[in-house]
Write a protein that binds this ligand. Structure first.
Ligand code: UTP
Length: 409
């Protein structure tokens, strides 16, 4: 794309500000900027005005069946045996979503590099690898681990794993891939410049994982190696168990094509997404999408009707993901702090939210599945997300829970 074509295209979308500093740039910078302009998905910007996918839900009803903690206890041996067998036959892989910016934690390094130790160094990535190693030791089989990064944190992440010798994991079973980016815009839909030659972009949300996984060639590699199920998990829950044999076994035993680890909501008001049915298909609704009535609705046995909160730990059968690949994922518009160049070309790092990012979310993939098993886990054992430095879902609260589970920090 040359300058005139870029100018023409930007005019069409009212984004001429992106060429404001063009004349000041070196030839390489000019080319780089034109390349970035060519790659922008301008269609996303309409969501800045219209809003995202929120509020477009179908008819929501409670989920009828789930495997409760009691149920799992009663069948633990059977489920575990099935899961161990699947893992030993190489049918299960794990995929770490680590492309996020972790802005709430406020570290300029990838979130997984955050040190949560008290008397020694223990990094978030290290805790996750330890949890996965437990399954390697239990089954005697290495579990392929795919790590999704973004162009903002890929280099740091890969270098860190190299430096730390993969925390004892066999590096032949670890692959990294980079997710795609989306433009970041002001509240009136103008794309920001982050540098004079750089458009402001941010990772396109954790729902982009499957497309990026396929494009990277790793999905093909996994399938060739015999992988049938893939366990998606977030970087910030340091207590979670992944490739959990009992979870895998319960999913296979019930013939499910997807499954979600869930916790019983602490209270009707708890701000977690819940697994339910939408127009008869599995779906996850955010807490603000439930009406007041639904939030307090009870089942006959006195339990909350919308009881199961998701913890971003999902199992998908790959062949079912492939069936739905062409389906367009909903776009969520998220308010964020976006560094930008001001009127005078000075870089500003805002203290509060100043615009929108456009994201797709992995939770929307559940609705594309024919069924989804809700698999209940104990919150005290498996749910310690680190979103903030202090307070709710913080380093402090996660440290407490790790210590409660016997981890020396
Ligand atoms: P969060 O919703 O907590 O987002 O991600 P975040 O970007 O990490 O953090 P904040 O909101 O800026 O503080 C949940 C999980 O999804 C991953 C994150 O790395 C985390 O594991 N994620 C999020 C991606 O992999 N890519 C994305 O584009 C966004």
């Amino acid at each position: 794309m040359n300058y005139n074509q870029a100018e023409e295209l930007l005019k069409q979308y009212n984004q001429e500000q992106l060429l404001k500093y063009y004349d000041e740039l070196s030839p390489e910078q000019k080319n780089s900027l034109l390349r970035q302009i060519e790659e922008i998905d301008f269609e996303l910007l309409k969501f800045a005005k219209e809003g995202g996918a929120e509020g477009e839900k179908g008819v929501i009803t409670p989920l009828e069946d789930a495997v409760s903690i009691e149920n799992i206890k009663a069948n633990q041996e059977k489920y575990t045996k099935i899961g161990v067998d699947a893992i030993q036959h190489g049918k299960v892989a794990a995929l770490l979503l680590a492309g996020g910016m972790g802005t709430r934690l406020g570290s300029d390094k990838p979130k997984g590099m955050y040190n949560i130790g008290k008397t020694k160094d223990i990094y978030i990535f290290e805790m996750l690898i330890r949890n996965l190693l437990d399954v390697v030791h239990q089954t005697g089989a290495w579990i392929p681990l795919y790590i999704m990064t973004s162009e903002k944190n890929n280099e740091d992440t890969v270098r860190f794993f190299e430096e730390k010798d993969y925390f004892g994991y066999d590096k032949d079973y670890v692959d990294f891939f980079v997710q795609e980016m989306a433009p970041a815009a002001s509240y009136d839909g103008k794309i920001y410049l982050e540098e004079k030659d750089r458009i402001s972009t941010s990772p396109n949300g954790n729902g982009g994982w499957f497309i990026s996984f396929v494009r990277s060639g790793l999905c093909e590699k996994a399938k060739k190696a015999g992988v049938e199920y893939i366990n998606i998990f977030a970087v910030d829950n340091v207590c979670q168990r992944m490739a959990d044999p009992c979870f895998v076994g319960a999913t296979i035993d019930g013939g499910y094509c997807s499954a979600a680890k869930v916790v019983s909501k602490a209270s009707p008001e708890e701000k977690v997404g819940v697994l339910c049915l939408e127009d008869g298909r599995p779906s996850i609704v955010e807490y603000y999408e439930l009406t007041e009535e639904m939030r307090y609705e009870k089942r006959k046995n006195g339990e909350l009707a919308y009881k199961y909160g998701v913890i971003l730990n999902y199992l998908f059968r790959i062949k079912d993901l492939e069936k739905n690949q062409e389906e367009n994922m909903a776009i969520h518009v998220v308010e964020k702090k976006i560094p930008y160049l001001d009127e005078n070309g000075n870089k500003v790092t805002p203290e509060s939210e100043n615009g929108y990012k456009f994201e797709t979310l992995v939770l929307d993939m559940i609705h594309m599945m024919d069924n989804c098993l809700a698999y209940e886990v104990e919150r005290e054992k498996e749910f310690a997300p680190i979103k903030n430095k202090t307070g709710v879902d913080s380093v402090e609260s996660a440290q407490k829970l790790l210590e409660y589970n016997g981890v020396v920090l």
